[in-house]
Design a protein around this ligand. Structure first.
Ligand SMILES: Cc1ncc(COP(=O)(O)O)c(C=O)c1O
Length: 393
């Protein structure tokens, strides 16, 4: 039997067909020669200076603020930043971290395993609701359990794709200041931008050390290089580095990526974003063709995800089975809810799948949703029939 075709909307990866293998191989040669015998040394807590300078320039150019390479430490993907801040800011298990009610499943898993209690703040189309954040922080303070920090995905939120507008960003920072809470901003999708104005990072709107910023090369390049970084102003950076026990980040990976990105960072980003935008638009078009009236979907202006809603009556087990049978890979909505609530949504990542497969993948997905809804309707009909029969008997 031939292998069944897979429609991979599973995780947030970029376009494999356009990954610059030959250019990266040439950069590897150059990067290795540049470091030379210095590989016998540890890279230091901040890491390879050349890559830090390029990433500081990336932030300076996007945000319009001066970012010093000395306020930037290279990490093993942004995920190491996610855990590093919790290790540095938490004092004991059971302490609270506040997040959006729906947030990155990896962060939920890591923080829970580190012993944190997560408190979710409701979101709307513009991200975290600030009235709810204010109330939550007030209530936690009254109970004597203030959170160690607020973790937020203000830009191209994972999983919903929302972007917090600028005025709300100021409100968030003001509420955090009022309650004296550190804000950790995970901006790993920051440059995966397709259209419209770019909203400023929280880090760019507040120069206090109490705003920590995480970013990555995974979403503009590939998670395989395992490179990300944390930006923090003193004394926060020292506090974070105090909990860094890994001897620093791979000089090899950083040197190779520095050689690759030195003269082509923005060209690289622009080229990849154009390909990603095409795939995103193909998902929109397919939903308009097949899903109208049955599913809802967000229209993110950046990032790698579309948050797809389906009728709450849909039988979840049938939906799961049908999607597995048709090999439509996706992430279930419940994995992004801080308490695992079975929300009637699923997340589609559109970066990895072949452009040609998008339409069929979405068509199959909608077919699965239709089957799951029909199954619930059939159960409801048979239940009401047996009630009627019982009353006749
Ligand atoms: C919001 C967010 N943060 C962090 C990560 C971790 O990515 P990486 O460690 O590859 O940078 C991801 C990956 O999907 C993510 O979506």
């Amino acid at each position: 039997m031939p292998d069944m075709k897979t429609y991979d909307f599973g995780s947030g990866r970029t376009d494999p067909a356009s990954f610059p293998v030959a250019e990266l191989a040439a950069a590897a040669q150059q990067g290795i020669e540049e470091v030379g015998t210095d590989f016998v040394n540890y890279p230091g807590e901040l890491g390879h200076l050349g890559l830090r300078e390029i990433m500081a320039m990336r932030e300076t150019k996007r945000e319009g603020i001066e970012v010093s390479p000395d306020h930037l430490t290279l990490t093993n993907g942004s995920f190491q930043g996610v855990t590093m801040v919790a290790e540095a800011l938490m004092e004991r298990p059971g302490e609270i971290i506040v997040t959006e009610e729906l947030t990155y499943s990896g962060t939920i898993g890591a923080y829970k395993r580190m012993g944190a209690q997560l408190v979710g703040v409701p979101i709307d189309d513009d991200g975290m609701r600030i009235d709810a954040l204010d109330r939550t922080l007030g209530e936690l303070a009254r109970r004597g359990t203030p959170p160690r920090f607020v973790y937020t995905l203000a830009t191209y939120q994972n999983p919903t794709g929302s972007v917090m507008p600028r005025p709300r960003r100021f409100e968030l920072l003001e509420v955090a200041r009022k309650h004296r809470v550190v804000v950790v901003e995970d901006n790993c999708y920051g440059d995966v931008h397709f259209e419209g104005p770019v909203q400023p990072a929280l880090y760019a709107l507040d120069d206090s050390p109490d705003v920590v910023y995480l970013c990555s090369l995974s979403k503009i390049f590939g998670p395989g290089v395992r490179l990300g970084y944390v930006l923090a102003r003193p004394p926060m950076m020292e506090r974070l580095l105090d909990r860094r026990y890994d001897g620093g980040n791979s000089l090899l990976a950083a040197a190779v990526c520095a050689a690759y990105f030195r003269d082509r960072l923005w060209d690289h980003i622009e080229f990849r974003n154009a390909l990603l935008k095409e795939k995103r638009d193909a998902v929109f078009a397919a939903f308009e063709k097949y899903g109208d009236g049955l599913c809802s979907w967000t229209r993110p202006v950046g990032g790698l995800f579309i948050w797809v809603g389906f009728p709450p009556v849909a039988n979840r087990q049938v939906l799961r089975e049908q999607l597995a049978e048709r090999q439509v890979l996706h992430a279930p909505g419940s994995s992004f809810h801080v308490h695992g609530q079975d929300v009637p949504f699923l997340r589609l990542a559109f970066g990895f799948i072949d452009r040609e497969d998008v339409e069929e993948g979405v068509r199959l997905l909608v077919e699965c949703v239709r089957a799951a809804v029909a199954d619930s309707a059939a159960i409801a009909a048979s239940e009401s029939e047996s009630v009627t029969m019982a009353s006749v008997v």
